[in-house]
Design a protein around this ligand. Sequence first.
Ligand SMILES: [Zn+2]
Length: 238
Amino acid sequence: MNNVDKFIKLVHECDNIVFFGGAGVSTESGIPDFRSPDGLYNQKYKYPPETIISHSFYQRYPEEFYRFYKDKMLYPDAKPGITHLALAKLEKEGKLKAVVTQNIDGLHQKAGSSNVIELHGSVLRNYCERCHKFYGIDKIINSEGIPMCDCGGRIKPDVVLYEEGLDDNNVTNAVNCIKQADMLIVGGTSLGVYPAAGLIDYYRGDKLVLINKSATPYDNRADILINAPLADVFKNFM
Ligand SMILES: [Zn+2]
């Protein structure tokens, strides 16, 4: 039995699965991976994305931040891929309990997943820094320059920028889900980003499944290691 077949068989035996996903889940929907060689780093902006999408850069050069952000970070027409759809299906079947994601595109919810822990926030949610009024993605897309609230305050995406900490409730929630999981599937992440990657250490079971196209520092910890595109694996559940 190959590793994909082993994985499928185990999924059928589990009913408390947690999926932990990274950029590779959304590249299948046409959203580029920050850290891949053909991702955003090779673009023609003056600063690397890591600099522009940082808290200090946002504070000092909000106009330049938003120029990049609107150009490169928003994909309002992106559609869920096979992996998003399969995970939503597994949730409806009572097998999957939570999706923990590093992505900010809201595609898991679009696919129908309801318990999604967004470690890095979502581009679909935006708040006035002064009165905290909520705005959707349209407000950002349709604003010239820096999006401003009716009250005169600046609108900030509910996205965790570089230099900013993760939301405590999100982390606690993710830790609790992972601790209780009978299977933990880690997919589409090179596991290079902390502290998000450290969440895997909370898993106590013996069904750690790692699915990634390239090697990760956690490969030797995996009970099942699959080096393949996520869609090739998850199409089996559709
Ligand atoms: Zn306001």
